[in-house]
Write a protein that binds this ligand. Structure first.
Ligand SMILES: Nc1nc2c(ncn2[C@@H]2O[C@H](COP(=O)(O)OP(=O)(O)O)[C@@H](O)[C@H]2O)c(=O)[nH]1
Ligand SMILES: [Mg+2]
Length: 379
């Protein structure tokens, strides 16, 4: 399952966003160190349609998991945005959603007593760089020690390979370039996977707004875009996308008022339009996550279950099978494949077989968005 970490300064609206996205309530407490998780299903008409045709016992949508980490409250000092425990959680994330505060509220203090989205972005990226530098330096020290001891049970060559990559990472960070910008060999990538470098992850920018039509928020948003473009100019590997706007508190309130299912209804949309938004956050969030990670969905369909699965674009069939179960990847023989549109046109698998649109594909087949797969395997 794709895992997304919701990050940002305290009081930017992270917990509100998680609650709005997942349709849950705001957690009452929120002691530092707490972790809140929520799963949202990916709406997919193809799943509904296949479910009508196959009438399975179970219908399952693909999902994305969001994690909100409760940080320290109060004023923020350098190097304090993340606790070591939080970084530990963030390591496992596929993607980071940075929530940046745009709204003004006398009742909600900003940890630095200023609403300045551009500065918040740079502060966040700076903290990520700092956290990654600490990880790289700590590991380098260990490697140096092991090398002095003649390898300390590990292969000396491997340690040298690891060291070379870490030095490149350290050098990049010192130039305020992300780990994403460092060219690493597949071996090095595997070595560093467990470190979960924060600047080795894609980042989505979300602005939490109050009223986008207001001059002050328009100006703040423009300043943020400038700042973000500045980072991208310095190093394209940051790949910071255009920020997209939400109004977490309004969305939460509307959920209470009209119910989660009606957030796309006319009444709710009017409220969103009034503050300069098109709709609730969920669709945009999914769209951005899919685009940023280059994700596609494939489908499985049968009497037991109709289900959508998420894979990276350009994923070969065995790896896609592995998303269902590791046995399917290990014992992969072939995949029976038909495109969703072909299937709907033909009406049944038997018809697809007749028309030749249901075909057998091997290990090199690249699974496409909307493929209906049946994996043949043996263990
Ligand atoms: N005025 C206003 N307040 C908001 C908005 N979003 C969140 N808040 C409030 O800001 C406070 C902090 O929000 P929270 O989600 O806990 O922020 P977190 O610290 O980033 O998790 C809460 O009192 C929210 O009700 C917003 O869009 N407008
Ligand atoms: Mg919170």
């Amino acid at each position: 399952m794709t895992e997304v970490g919701i990050v940002g300064l305290p009081q930017s609206g992270k917990s509100s966003l998680l609650a709005a996205l997942t349709g849950t309530h705001m957690p009452h407490s929120g002691a530092p160190g707490e972790v809140h998780r929520g799963v949202i299903p990916i709406p997919d008409e193809r799943v509904e349609r296949l479910s009508e045709i196959f009438k399975p016992k179970k219908t399952t949508h693909a999902t994305i998991q969001f994690t909100d980490l409760v940080g320290a409250h109060g004023p923020l000092k350098k190097g304090e945005l993340f606790t070591p425990a939080q970084i530990g959680h963030l390591r496992d994330m596929d993607l980071l959603v940075l929530v940046i505060r745009l709204f003004t509220s006398d009742a909600v203090a900003h940890p630095l007593n200023r609403i300045s989205p551009g500065e918040d972005l740079s502060l966040f990226l700076g903290e990520c760089l700092l956290a990654d530098l600490a990880v790289a330096e700590k590991r380098l020290e260990r490697i140096e020690g092991d090398l002095r001891k003649g390898g300390a049970g590990k292969k000396k060559d491997d340690l040298e390979v690891e060291k070379a990559g870490l030095l490149a990472i350290k050098h990049a960070i010192e130039e305020e370039r992300p780990v994403l910008s460092v060219e690493l060999t597949p071996q090095q990538r595997a070595m560093y996977r467990g470190f979960g470098f924060l600047t080795g992850k894609k980042i989505i920018l979300v602005v939490n707004s109050g009223d986008l039509n207001s001059t002050e928020e328009t100006e703040r948003l423009a300043a943020l875009k400038q700042e973000s473009e500045g980072w991208n100019r310095k190093c394209a590997a940051w790949g910071l996308p255009e920020p997209f706007a939400v109004n977490a508190r309004l969305e939460l309130e509307l959920r209470e008022m009209v119910g989660g299912e009606n957030l796309e209804g006319e009444e709710a949309l009017e409220y969103f339009h009034e503050v300069g938004l098109e709709s609730s956050s969920r669709k945009e969030m999914i769209r951005h996550a899919y685009a940023s990670l280059g994700l596609v969905s494939f489908l499985t369909a049968g009497e037991d279950e109709v289900r959508a699965w998420t894979i990276p674009r350009d994923c070969p069939a065995p790896a896609a099978a592995g998303v269902i179960h590791s046995d399917l990847e290990k014992g992969f023989i072939r995949a029976e494949v038909v495109g969703y549109d072909d299937f709907i046109r033909a009406g049944s698998l038997a018809e697809c077989r007749k028309h030749g649109t249901l075909r057998l594909e091997g290990k090199d087949y690249i699974v496409k968005d909307g493929d209906i797969l049946n994996i043949r395997f043996s263990v």
